[in-house]
Design a protein around this ligand. Structure first.
Ligand code: FE2
Length: 183
C-alpha cells in the first residue's frame, strides 16, 4: 500500500469525525488548511505539512472531546512519528512543532491569541498555555519554527463550515513526489 493509499484509508475511516469543538470534520479541516497554504503560495512541502498536520488525531482512539476531559492526546508527536516513516523532516518537523507554535504565537502576538476559537483556547491550557520568555527563545532557535508558525496560522483559519477546498485526490502526486519511502 502506498503512503497515499494509507492516508486515503485513514481519512476514509476517521476523516468524518468532528474536528474538536469546531463546525468542520477532520477531513474538511485538513483540506482547508492545505488550501490556505496554497493560496499563500507555499511550497509543496509546506502544503503537504498543512494537509497532514493533524493526522495524529486520526491515529489515536481518543474521543473527540478529549480537551473537555482534560486530556492532551499529543497528536502532534503521534502524527509526526507516523509520517516520518515516509516523509522528510521538512514535512514532519513543522507538524511536530505546530502545537508549540500555537503556544509561541499566543505569547508574541496578542491579535493571534484573541482570534483563537473557544475550543482552541480550551486546549491551549492543556498544552501548557502561552510560552515563557525562555521557551520563546528556544522555540525561535529550533529548525522549522518559522514553518510551524506559518502552518499554525493556516490551521486556525481552516475551521469554516461549508468552505470549499480541493479534495484529497488533488494532492496525490504532490505527496508521492515528497515521500522518501513508499511501503
Ligand atoms: Fe489543525
Amino acid at each position: 500500500m502506498s503512503i497515499f493509499d494509507e492516508i486515503i484509508e485513514l481519512f476514509a475511516r476517521r476523516g468524518g469525525d468532528v474536528y474538536f469543538g469546531e463546525p468542520v470534520s477532520q477531513l474538511e479541516h485538513a483540506l482547508q488548511t492545505a488550501f490556505q497554504a496554497e493560496q499563500e503560495g507555499a511550497s509543496d512541502t509546506l502544503i503537504a505539512t498543512a494537509l497532514l498536520h493533524d493526522i495524529g488525531h486520526l491515529l489515536h482512539k481518543l474521543p473527540e472531546d478529549i480537551a473537555d476531559l482534560g486530556v492532551d492526546g499529543r497528536h502532534e508527536q503521534v502524527g509526526a512519528m507516523w509520517l516520518a516513516r515516509y516523509f522528510p523532516a521538512a514535512v514532519t518537523e513543522p507538524i511536530r512543532l505546530h502545537v508549540a507554535a500555537k503556544r509561541y504565537l499566543c505569547a508574541v502576538d496578542c491579535g493571534y491569541r484573541c482570534g483563537l476559537s473557544a475550543a482552541s483556547i480550551r486546549s491551549l491550557a492543556l498544552q501548557g498555555g502561552p510560552m515563557s520568555e525562555k521557551e520563546i527563545r528556544e522555540f525561535e532557535a529550533s529548525p522549522y519554527a518559522r514553518e510551524a508558525a506559518r502552518v499554525r496560522r493556516w490551521d486556525d483559519l481552516a475551521k469554516v463550515a461549508g468552505s470549499k477546498a480541493p479534495g484529497l485526490p488533488q494532492y496525490q502526486s504532490l505527496l508521492e513526489k515528497l515521500s522518501v519511502k513508499t511501503a
